[in-house]
Write a protein that binds this ligand. Structure first.
Ligand SMILES: Nc1ncnc2c1ncn2[C@@H]1O[C@H](COP(=O)(O)OP(=O)(O)OP(=O)(O)O)[C@@H](O)[C@H]1O
Ligand SMILES: [Mg+2]
Length: 243
């Protein structure tokens, strides 16, 4: 049975989709069968980040409605399967139907990573309905941490008890100059345990939109690999001093 993990944040633009792509690739490199589900209705991005848009014939909306075969709806993105989001909302999409739709992929994958939309209302509940675990992504600033705390609480209310924090775009010098809060403070503000810290890394911005992977030793790639190992049950110590 697949582990179904929603990547959420509350505030937009903090790195959910980038983390989803990075973790999918890191889990795939570990030999896991990975399905990426874009749940950002109307604003999907994973098809672009994986450069798989041209191969799309349908999306999960068609699977929910039963008008597209679940296997045919997935496109290959370098060994990772991608299920794209519909381009518009519909009354057909309910939490119950999302659970039924995703259950059809349970046996074919080890991991299903669900890229949630920004915000904590509307389609956020559809993304949460599919998941049994959550990664809450935040940058270490007050506005983002407060919305991440709200997202973590909303996920709990929606029945996702297993939640972990990912601090993204972390920059030690920015903490030292008080532009960002420190890691302990960030954890306290969001109220869930930390699973990883991804440093600020320009390679993410330069390479991901072109569908490229990151260089082997790039700091974000190494951080994604460590988070993937922790998701996979490995005991990988946090290396906060290296940022
Ligand atoms: N670790 C990082 N280092 C540097 N830039 C990053 C990092 N993570 C994400 N970014 C950049 O931040 C921007 C927003 O990232 P992304 O689209 O993944 O966020 P998002 O949370 O999915 O946004 P949305 O809420 O709009 O879906 C992008 O330009 C991306 O390249
Ligand atoms: Mg996104």
């Amino acid at each position: 049975m697949a582990q179904k993990i929603v990547i959420a944040s509350g505030k937009g633009g903090v790195g959910k989709s980038s983390l989803t792509v990075g973790l999918c690739r890191a889990l795939h490199a570990r030999g896991r069968r990975v399905l990426a589900v874009d749940c950002d209705l109307g604003l999907r991005s994973l098809d672009l980040l994986f450069q798989a848009g041209d191969a799309l014939v349908c999306d999960w909306g068609d699977v929910v409605r039963g008008t597209c075969d679940p296997v045919r709806a997935c496109v290959d993105a370098g060994g990772i399967s991608l299920l794209a989001a519909p381009l518009s909302e519909s009354a057909d999409f309910t939490p119950e139907r999302m659970r039924g739709m995703i259950a059809q992929y349970d046996d074919a994958f080890d991991y299903i990573l669900i890229d949630a939309p920004a915000g904590v209302v509307g389609e956020f509940a559809l993304a949460a309905a599919m998941a049994d675990r959550a990664l809450v992504v935040a940058t270490a600033d007050g506005v983002c941490l407060r919305s991440a705390g709200r997202a973590a609480e909303t996920l709990r209310e929606l029945g996702v008890a297993d939640r972990r924090l990912v601090l993204n775009r972390f920059h030690r010098a920015a903490v030292e100059h008080s532009f960002l809060v420190n890691v302990d403070d960030a954890i306290d503000r969001v109220g869930v345990q930390l699973i990883g810290v991804v440093p600020e890394d320009p390679e993410v911005t330069f390479r991901l939109p072109k569908g490229e992977g990151l260089p082997k030793k790039s700091p974000a790639k190494l951080a994604w690999e460590r988070i993937a190992a922790r998701l996979d049950g490995e005991n990988v110590p946090l290396r906060l001093r290296s940022f």
